[in-house]
Design a protein around this ligand. Structure first.
Ligand SMILES: Nc1ncnc2c1ncn2[C@@H]1O[C@H](COP(=O)(O)OP(=O)(O)O)[C@@H](O)[C@H]1O
Ligand SMILES: [Mg+2]
Length: 571
């Protein structure tokens, strides 16, 4: 079938695909090539949904912004899914033209200061390119003519199609992130990992782990890419500093290991993508990561200045839940966030954001430890530490002791492990100080028995009561726990919370004999959050607005407003 006929055929069945094909000739070519390989035509979706993971025979095409498309399909039954990037490709001869253009651009741009801003870089590059290129439609695609002066190209003649391929390639590699740009654009990717020469693997939000068509052919190609990536993250790798952590321009976190001295398979990197706008607590309730009453409990804790630590394994969703719950901190609170790579976002006005600095040596570096110590003098109402791993835990305990509660994430799969790590070397918190930390949330990625899919769940929320030196044992209350069989959360119920009764109720002026009121407050908040979920209020900032109204007029009143049909999240 000719390209025209092919276009015609899909126009009848799917208009949006037809439009995409029209604007992207390489997509038409790709779809045609599938036939000769005996691969069925994929179904085109402009948006994916989480249920697609249950489809039989996954074969899906979706756009991630022109000219890039993603084709996800099963290459063989039972095998890992394949993630094919569909983008304009160029023939080998094109590289010669690229080299000429490079030379010309180097001469044109020279030592000019180039902004470290993507759109500015792109604008400059395109304007130089426009002054260099003369469009000549008489030339066949990929052919070119160069006019040189003292060996440097000053004019290049190419046709329209070659020019657009050239623009795409130059921007992709010089402004964007080259080979991995499609992954950065794809909103459905959670992380990207390259273990060395060979294909890159990704973790897809809908389809899970996939092998991709992006492949490093040689160690040299990989090393060169890794160096440029580290420069983009402003943390260049060198032989002296072969391991770096940083963040990419879009806020994704990156870890890079350079060279084969340390890692047998050569350079490698992993990228954890991060959404700019945090996932909301109502979204997490909807996904059943947590339920409304447990969220309401965290609301009361964070509103009352309790220290809550989010614990779990890597990628269990700690940072995501921490970010979602920050809306519960009192709107007028002064918050200081301290991190190695910026991930924390809070919607509060009075927010000081501090990020560590990795210098060449210890003297020029500023670590979490230093920032945390300095923050104690700034009288914050809350300190949020992105992740606590080592000796900074000790300073965090000092902060909590002097009345600056700390919210953070911590790598520990259970309360027992958390306490063990805190009270053991090298952190060495005295055992009797352990209840300075009020509350520990344990999270995990779990495989649901009912569907067999991997989901994130809060396994438990625990109140740290203290250390019993006579029995040499730590007391804590597992106030909420997740039941894997029913996939629901179990609340131990009224009368079982140490923090609500002995701290929060007292702060709120509730006398002992009316302590039940605190549980009523908890219930109201849970209903409030449930109503927001019901009404589809899933946007992070909408939730923030609704919580602020509740803070102003009281939860009971805010709940009445919502029940009356007022859209308080639009206030
Ligand atoms: N409840 C959730 N449901 C689905 N995906 C989630 C959930 N929580 C986190 N994620 C995704 O999982 C990845 C890891 O989450 P993150 O919060 O960074 O984990 P951690 O801080 O524990 O390492 C992110 O891509 C995030 O978007
Ligand atoms: Mg994290």
């Amino acid at each position: 079938m000719s390209m025209m006929a092919y276009e015609q055929k899909i126009k009848e069945t799917d208009k949006s695909l037809a439009e995409a094909v029209k604007a992207n000739p390489h997509l038409a070519r790709y779809l045609t090539s599938l036939r000769s390989k005996g691969i069925a035509q994929p179904a085109y979706y402009v948006q994916l949904s989480r249920d697609m993971r249950y489809m039989n025979n996954i074969n899906i095409l979706y756009p991630v912004g022109d000219p890039i498309f993603i084709h996800v399909y099963e290459r063989a039954k039972g095998e890992r899914l394949y993630y094919q990037v569909v983008e304009p490709t160029v023939p080998k001869e094109f590289n010669e033209l690229l080299r000429e253009v490079d030379k010309a651009l180097a001469a044109l741009i020279g030592n000019e200061e180039v902004e470290d801003n993507e759109s500015e870089k792109e604008r400059i590059l395109l304007s130089k390119l426009n002054s260099l290129v003369i469009i000549d439609q008489s030339l066949p695609t990929w052919n070119y003519r160069v006019l040189k002066k003292s060996g440097i190209p000053i004019k290049i003649r190419i046709n329209e199609e070659t020019f657009s391929a050239l623009k795409y390639q130059l921007i992709l590699h010089k402004v964007k992130l080259g080979l991995i740009e499609p992954f950065i654009r794809d909103p459905y990717i959670e992380d990207i990992s390259c273990d060395g020469v060979g294909p890159i693997f990704i973790e897809h939000k809908v389809f899970g782990s996939c092998e991709t068509s992006v492949v490093f052919e040689s160690e040299d190609q990989l090393d060169e890419f890794v160096i440029s990536l580290s420069e983009r993250a402003m943390r260049p790798v060198t032989y002296r500093r072969p391991i770096v952590d940083g963040s990419l321009p879009d806020g994704s976190r990156i870890n890079i290991v350079f060279g084969s001295d340390i890692s047998m398979r050569g350079s490698n990197f992993t990228i954890r993508k991060f959404a700019d706008i945090p996932i909301s607590i109502t979204q997490l309730i909807k996904w059943r990561t947590i339920d409304a009453i447990a969220s309401a409990y965290l609301w009361l804790m964070l509103e009352s200045g309790m220290s809550v630590w989010f614990c779990g394994e890597t990628a269990s969703g700690k940072t995501t839940l921490l970010r979602a719950t920050c809306v519960f901190i009192r709107p007028e609170a002064k918050i200081i966030s301290i991190e190695d790579t910026p991930e924390i976002i809070v919607p509060h006005d009075n927010w000081v954001r501090e990020v560590t600095r990795q210098g060449e040596d210890a003297e020029s570096s500023i670590e979490l430890f230093d920032l945390l110590k300095a923050s104690l003098r700034q009288r914050p109402n809350y300190i949020i530490v992105g992740e606590i791993r080592g000796k900074e835990a000790y300073v965090a305990f000092q902060a909590m002791q002097v009345g600056a509660p700390v919210i953070t994430t911590f790598h520990a799969g259970s309360v027992q492990k958390l306490i063990q790590r805190l009270t053991g070397a090298p952190i060495d918190i005295p055992k009797s100080y352990i209840d300075i930390l009020n509350c520990a949330v344990i999270q995990s990625a779990v495989r649901l028995p009912s569907t067999g899919t991997l989901e994130r769940r809060v396994l438990s929320i625990n109140e740290i009561v203290g250390y019993d030196s006579v029995e040499d044992r730590f007391d804590f209350i597992e106030l909420f726990s997740w039941d894997p069989v029913s996939d629901t959360f179990i609340f131990r119920g009224e009368g079982s919370s140490h923090l609500l009764e002995n701290k929060i109720a007292i702060m709120r002026g509730i006398p002992r004999r009316r302590v039940r009121e605190i549980y009523k407050e908890l219930e109201n908040r849970a209903i409030f959050l449930e109503k927001l979920v019901e009404k589809g209020v899933l946007d992070y900032f909408d939730v923030w607005k609704a919580v602020k109204v509740a803070w102003k007029v009281g939860v009971e009143e805010a709940l009445k407003m919502v029940l009356r049909g007022e859209e308080i999240w639009k206030y």
